[in-house]
Structure formats: structure tokens, C-alpha cells
Design a protein around this ligand. Structure first.
Ligand code: NAP
Length: 254
């Protein structure tokens, strides 16, 4: 008889927000490689991710939702649970960034970013936690944080505030729910090649300066983040609560 791997997600159903591209797509594919089923939540078509998940031998269920719509977000997890069965994990990955000098930063750029990166992360976690507690089931939440959960950055005030907040919410939910069998942890990606960093990579000077500072000598890929997320969704991390793990090529170690 074979022993199940502590890193396997076989038989587990995981909700991933922002699954159409970038890190969310990498996470979806990594979950599929680990044997899990993915429910991808997003506001854009997720056909590319569905194809890559299928290539990895997994199943992908698209769920259309704009996370800036508070009403829709409120009932999202219950709706998915009722339709597809118990949800074993939630990955709060969807996020946006706006860049402007602090003196010129607008309220709209503050509200839009905090709304998706922090408010929706908390309230999706709340509705998932409520359901797990009501059903007396174990579950795992993985929040996608950032280097800017630890550092200040420049020209990204609302993003930095939201990502420091994501680290704090990861801790408080872990403290409240660890004894109930719910793991809440986060992954803090370094500089990863996605749409989010397109502007940075297009700026030759900034891009070279970033690369020069990364001990690993390369930008990260969505796969790098996907595999770390699988670890936090799998039984291997059952005794981890409230951690935010940098996956950054050594950036924060420097
Ligand atoms: P990305 O390629 O821009 O992807 C962001 C995802 O969030 C997309 O799927 C996007 O959907 C979704 N999203 C944004 N607003 C949404 C909304 N209102 N409703 C539903 N979905 C929404 O960026 P990424 O780099 O993969 O970012 C993923 C996460 O990693 C974010 O939380 C980001 O802050 C974090 N992160 C990224 C880096 C990096 O270097 N790339 C570093 C640290 C942390 P649409 O395509 O429809 O907009």
C-alpha cells in the first residue's frame, strides 16, 4: 500500500482568486500537479489557465466574479461550496497596484487597491472561515502578500498599506482559528514576471537595479510561487499558523 505524500492535494478542492494569469495561474497549475481540483475565481476569461491545468492532469472550474463587487463577494464562497461541495482551501491571490508619488496619491488609487488587496482578502476569508466552523471541517487559507509586507517601497502607498495589512490579517486569523483546525498563512513573492511588474521590467534602469540585488540572480516565476503555495495547502504544513514565507530569491536576506 502506498503512503499518501504530505505534499499531495489529491481529493482536495481549492479556490484560487485571480486565476486567469500571472501568479494565480501558476498556483492553479501547481495545485493540479499536486493532484488537487481548482476553482478559479476571476473577472476575465480563464480559458488559458483551464488548458494549462488540464495539461497538468487536473480539473479546473471557472467561477466568474468581480471582487470589487461587495455583494457578489459576500456570497461567493457559500455559492461555490453549495454547488461544488466542500472547499478545502482558499488562496487569496487577486491583487492590483497603482503607482504615484505620495504627495500626488489619489483617494481613488487608495480605495481601489485596498478594496481588492485587503478588504476582499479579509471578507472572503471570513465567509470561508464561517463555513468551515459551521461544518466543523478543517481548511487552509493562503494569502498572497509581498516584499512590501515587510518593506516600504516607493510610489505605491496603497499597495504597501494593503500588503502590510495582509500580513497582519494572516496573523490575527491564525490566532483565532488555529485551534479550530484552520491554517492561515501567507506567501510573500519577490519580483515575479507577471503583468503586475510589467511597468518595472519596462524601465531598463529599475529592472537592472532590481536584478542586481536579487541573490538568486533571476526574477521569480509564477511556478516558484505556485509550489510554495502548494506546501501551505498540503498536510506538510499542518503545524504552520500565521507565517508569511518570503519566496524572493533571497531579496529579504540581503
Ligand atoms: P497580475 O498578473 O496583474 O494578476 C492579478 C490577478 O488579480 C488577475 O487575475 C486579475 O484579474 C485579478 N484581479 C484584479 N482585480 C480583480 C477584481 N476586481 N476581481 C477579480 N479579480 C481581480 O498580477 P500578479 O503579479 O499575478 O499578482 C498576483 C498577486 O501577487 C497579487 O496579490 C500581487 O499583489 C501579488 N504579488 C505579485 C508580485 C509580482 O512581482 N508580480 C510580487 C509580490 C506580490 P484581471 O486579469 O481580470 O485583472
Amino acid at each position: 500500500m502506498s503512503v499518501p505524500s504530505a505534499f499531495s492535494l489529491a481529493g482536495r478542492c481549492i479556490v484560487v482568486t485571480g486565476a486567469n494569469t500571472g501568479i494565480g495561474q501558476g498556483i492553479a497549475v501547481a495545485i493540479a500537479r499536486a493532484g488537487g481540483t481548482v476553482i478559479g475565481v476571476g473577472r476575465s476569461a480563464m480559458d488559458e489557465t483551464a488548458g494549462k491545468v488540464a495539461d497538468a492532469g487536473g480539473s479546473f472550474v471557472p467561477a466568474n466574479a468581480d471582487l470589487s463587487d461587495r455583494e457578489a463577494s459576500r456570497s461567493l464562497i457559500d455559492g461555490l461550496w453549495d454547488k461544488h461541495g466542500p472547499v478545502d482551501g482558499l488562496v487569496n491571490n487577486a491583487g492590483i497596484i497603482r503607482r504615484a508619488d505620495a504627495v500626488e496619491f489619489t483617494e481613488a488609487d487608495w480605495d481601489d487597491v485596498v478594496d481588492i488587496n485587503l478588504r476582499s482578502l479579509f471578507f472572503l476569508s471570513q465567509s470561508y472561515g464561517r463555513r468551515l466552523l459551521a461544518e466543523r471541517r478543517r481548511g487552509k487559507i493562503v494569502n498572497i502578500a509581498s516584499l512590501l509586507s515587510f518593506q516600504g517601497g516607493m510610489r505605491v502607498a496603497s499597495y504597501t498599506a494593503s500588503k502590510h495589512g495582509a500580513l497582519g490579517i494572516t496573523r490575527i486569523l491564525a490566532c483565532e482559528w488555529a485551534a479550530k483546525g484552520i491554517n492561515v498563512n501567507a506567501v510573500a513573492p519577490g519580483y515575479i514576471i507577471t503583468n503586475n511588474t510589467e511597468a518595472l521590467r519596462a524601465d531598463a534602469k529599475r529592472s537592472a537595479a532590481i536584478l542586481e540585488r536579487i541573490p538568486a540572480g533571476r526574477w521569480g516565476t509564477p511556478d516558484d510561487i505556485g509550489d510554495a503555495t502548494v506546501f501551505l495547502l498540503a498536510p506538510a504544513s499542518d503545524y504552520m499558523h500565521g507565517a508569511t514565507i518570503p519566496v524572493d530569491g533571497g531579496w529579504l536576506a540581503r
